[in-house]
Design a protein around this ligand. Sequence first.
Ligand SMILES: Cc1cc2nc3c(=O)[nH]c(=O)nc-3n(C[C@H](O)[C@H](O)[C@H](O)COP(=O)(O)OP(=O)(O)OC[C@H]3O[C@@H](n4cnc5c(N)ncnc54)[C@H](O)[C@@H]3O)c2cc1C
Length: 462
Amino acid sequence: VDERVAQLRQIVSADRVLTDPADLIHWGQDWTRFYQPAPLAIVQVSSAAEVVELVRFARATNTPLVPSGGRTGLSGGAVADRGEVVVSFDKMNRVLDYDEVDGNLTVEPGVITARIQQLAEEQSRAYPVDFASSGSSQIGGNIATNAGGIRVIKYGLTRNWVAGLKVVTGRGDLLSLNNGLVKNATGYDLRHLFIGSEGTLGFIVEATIHLARMPGPPTVLLLGVPELSNIPALLALFQSKVVLSAFEFFSDAALSKVMDHTDKATPFRSRTPYYALLEVDDLGPDGEAVLLELFEQALSAEVCIDGVISQSQSDVNSLWEYREFISEAITPYTPYKNDVSVTPARVPEFLTAVDEFVSSRYPSFEIIWFGHIGDGNLHLNILKPEAMSTEEFKAHCEVVSDETMAIVQRYNGSISAEHGVGKLKLGHLQYSRDETEQGYLRAMKQVFDPDGIMNPGKLIPG
Ligand SMILES: Cc1cc2nc3c(=O)[nH]c(=O)nc-3n(C[C@H](O)[C@H](O)[C@H](O)COP(=O)(O)OP(=O)(O)OC[C@H]3O[C@@H](n4cnc5c(N)ncnc54)[C@H](O)[C@@H]3O)c2cc1C
């Protein structure tokens, strides 16, 4: 046994240090499947004090630490493939406090996102950050990636709901940041530096989450859009009169895949190149009439040419399924995925530029577009032609990736809208953060993690 494993067993009880090969694989990877997990050990921590001790151990033995949440990450942020110690927060999942007046819930980092949503409902409130992996992801992982999801257009990112954080830095210090305060004008807000830092500066050991007011029952419209360039006009038209809680889009190719995969019929008679899914969750007494009027206006301006409005919660669920089943429906086609963003107004131009590049260079590739278009966040998916080997497809996708990132840069966009940089996008960071800015990032890392033991090889190029 490695001497360090024996040391780890002194820090936490022996049954919380895992070294079985199956455990190393399980906790050594996230949702990505590009890396071969090879951690030294998994440590299941149960308190902030243990995390402090682990950081001391890591500094003394020069052993890198990888924080691990629900491992639903899509960028390899929680991957351990170089003899690291994985710090799993699975067992740090206690709910510590709820303050009714402040509407603040304080939890340990291993609490599953869906549980936060459920706890909020029990208090007649809501935790509005939501996405397909919320049944497995943890609040610590969400904060470390500043997760987004489907209702960002109204409620913002995870960042908007973090009222306080406790973190253990790479120096082994426990910092208590913002303490749930609404107002706090005391200079640099380190809380926000840790949000989205992917465990590279320190580990989140406690979070105070502000819960939102409970929304009303949602109404959903699914609209058939003939031209991509109509999307910004559609967004502007509806936003002039209602507060949208979601504005999603998908292509007709995406709809076809969902219909093949499920037994769902077309949502309405016409087929159009694109579809927009709009949701409003606080319709006032005249709300329905306002929505109908906007729908009529969109039809008469030919911004959309067909559509449907939900009449019940089961309609709402059924319309969302067209969007939510896309990922599952295309999985058998070994998709190459990319998650990028530009400002919402520039989406049509940007998407057309990428589409033109891919279809002229690789005419046999099928492209499936969908995403949180109201936030300018697009998911580009390219399906592997059946006859092409995975290796050859991967090699072509590297070329697509480089060119897509160059187009992102031309449009001042982001190479990662919401999935983080992790290991996967490290080589593309320069398209969104220039060398000068990267110098500042490295300097900040040096302050919080002087020995480079906190999730090295992720987010910040060495
Ligand atoms: C089907 C599917 C749909 C998804 N949809 C969305 C979406 O719509 N929007 C979106 O934003 N993401 C989405 N994701 C990505 C993923 O769910 C999010 O990135 C999520 O926030 C990751 O949380 P996790 O607990 O699984 O973190 P992990 O994958 O375990 O870790 C993510 C990062 O956080 C670090 N980390 C974990 N815990 C801590 C901690 N306590 N302290 C410090 N660092 C820590 C890890 O080292 C890693 O760098 C999706 C993923 C899947 C599989």
